[in-house]
Design a protein around this ligand. Structure first.
Ligand SMILES: Cc1ncc(COP(=O)(O)O)c(C=O)c1O
Length: 429
């Protein structure tokens, strides 16, 4: 049943658009945190369409809101007209951002959100020099590939921006990784000063960074890290963009935005993925003077789309009403503790790390730190065989990524944990 679809997929879709699993699956039904494939097999979903089904599947509140919008007959109008839901969502996000007098620009994806933020920052500062972190991922278009610090996702060296990469996102393999938190931060801040002095013309536009590196394998710098970095940025008037595409909406548990763990208010924040619980929506929230600095017309035809805005309004309301941030904190801690316990007797686990419901399990060759992408591939198959979907990432493709819908229950956490423990044991063997 799936075979012919796979052949057809390969015939008409790009070769670099990779699929998970030796036998890729087609998901045809979903409910709560569970999905079913075309052959009727059930899975508990710990990757949520790459952290995008923030509430899970078939959520009545979102479905009803979308249904009501569909019944108006209006799916799209364009930003040439007033869109009530767009204004309401912008007001809500501006308020939630903590950025004084913020404005919001909506897009249809995370890539576009970061492209827009980079455009605003470079225009405002009249400079195309940008700082980014090694092991970062920010999207698939020219400027965003240009700031991505991960060879596996850097398809082109052509770029409208000139990027310098600094240390700090990926501590496990950092030359400063052995240092205690405060000294690690100090070493990275020194590196930032050195990079500014040696690789730039001084007038850098901005730094863009993920508070927790997503594609990079859920790599987490110590709390306060970006506070240290921002002191240096402020000395030079360099803007700070927090890429919250994966870390926003409470997923990191302790905070609503990942950057709040660092005691800084960014100039711009970008978001996408979880906001629409599956509908295509992204955007930038930030300082009005920076966003308003474009000297020409700009538009995103689909930005502010009534259907996407409706889904996003319903999703944000659900997240806040049900305090899913607290759920992410509590169940993330439960999952993390269980995995760390399992790791003690599993020689292929190099590190378990993360925040809230964003947990990475870095797999290595037993007895050392050499990355083991083969163990990660085995673990991915072993989890699938037991009815659990997980993600994979990291610079070397050797990190399992766990990011279930934030509506996860304690029972589902334990169910996933049990499967993961068995799968890691199998992957080690
Ligand atoms: C941190 C981060 N920024 C930006 C993007 C790009 O988002 P999109 O795939 O919606 O263009 C991603 C996607 O994985 C991401 O993880």
């Amino acid at each position: 049943m799936t075979e012919p679809l796979l052949d057809r997929h390969r015939a008409v879709l790009p070769s670099w658009l990779s699929l998970y699993y030796e036998q890729p699956i087609e998901i045809v039904r979903g409910s709560g945190r569970r999905v079913w494939d075309a052959e009727g097999r059930e899975y508990l979903d710990f990757f949520a369409g790459i952290l995008t089904n923030a509430l899970g599947y078939d959520v009545p509140e979102v479905r009803d809101a979308l249904q009501a919008q569909l019944e108006t007959g209006v799916v799209h109008t364009s930003t040439l007209y007033l869109i009530r839901q767009q204004v309401e969502l912008a007001e809500q996000i501006a308020e939630l951002s903590g950025i004084p007098d913020a404005k919001v620009f909506f897009t249809s994806s995370g890539t576009e959100a970061n492209e827009a933020a980079l455009l605003f920052a470079t225009q405002y500062r009249r400079s195309h020099q940008v700082l980014a972190l090694r092991n970062s991922y920010h999207g698939r278009a020219f400027a965003t590939v240009g700031v991505t610090g991960n060879r596996g996702w850097a398809a082109s060296a052509l770029s409208p921006v000139r990027t310098s990469w600094v240390h700090g996102g990926y501590r496990y393999r950092s030359p400063f990784g052995h240092l205690p938190d405060a000294e690690f931060i100090e070493a990275c801040v020194d590196d930032l000063r050195d990079v500014l002095a040696t690789t730039t013309a001084g007038d850098v536009a901005c730094m863009i960074a993920e508070p927790v590196q997503g594609v990079g394998g859920f790599a987490v710098p110590p709390d306060g890290f970006f506070g240290g970095m921002k002191k240096v940025l402020d000395e030079h008037g360099i803007l700070f963009i927090s890429d919250e595409v994966q870390t926003g909406w409470g997923r990191t548990g302790d905070h609503f935005w990942g950057i709040q763990a660092h005691g800084v208010v960014p100039d711009l924040m970008t978001f996408a993925k979880g906001l629409g619980n599956g509908l295509a929506v992204g955007g930038v929230v930030g300082r009005a003077d920076v966003i308003d600095s474009l000297g020409a017309n700009s538009i995103s035809t689909f930005g502010g789309n009534p259907l996407a805005m409706t889904a996003a309004r319903a999703t944000v309301d659900y997240v806040l009403r049900h305090d899913l941030q607290a759920n992410a904190r509590e169940l993330g801690a439960r999952l993390m503790t269980g995995l760390q316990r399992a790791a003690e007797t599993c020689p292929v686990v190099g590190e378990v790390r993360g925040k809230g419901l964003m947990i990475g399990v870095e797999l290595v060759e037993p007895g050392g730190r050499e990355p083991s992408p083969s163990a990660a591939a085995r673990a991915l198959e072993a989890t699938k065989a037991r009815g659990l979907l997980v993600g994979k990432g990291g610079l070397h493709g050797n990190v399992l990524r766990l990011a279930p819908p934030m509506t996860l229950t304690a029972e589902e956490t334990d169910e996933g944990l049990l499967i993961l423990t068995e799968a890691l044991t199998e992957a080690a063997g």
